[in-house]
Design a protein. Sequence first.
Length: 163
Amino acid sequence: MKGCLVLIIVITLGMAKQPAVQKHVPLVTLDKLEKRLENSGDTTFVVNLWATWCAPCVAEMPHFEKLQQNYQSAPLKVLFVSLDTKHNQATVTKFVHERGLKNEVLLLDEKNEQYFIDKISTEWSGAIPATLFVNTSKGIRVFKEQEFDYQQLEKDYLSIVHQ
């Protein structure tokens, strides 16, 4: 009986640590996203820019999920920011549910691509996948236009943390 109680407690604690899949993917403007990043304190944000129709984007998503899971006690926040159009909000929400994504997912609500591309990074051609690493307390903003494997993603994250 005592063993069963311990097992139930362990299972319950394990389940409590697992974030739930979002029920709805909210729209966010670039200005609101930037304000969130600016007011992040010591948190390092890893902002992955992707779309449901982008095969390399979808392929790298598990690496971002793993990064957040492996560093869950660190001041790290992984955000998936979809570049699908806002008219596809239901499609993005369905995608999140089908994939069981645990990281927070937002849908960028901007009409002018050139505006948000240049505002995110003047180095960005507009191709995805792309990732922005931000830690405002350290004055760090690093942009990468590439597909990540887990080792490279972790290496880039840790290089920011150890600065």
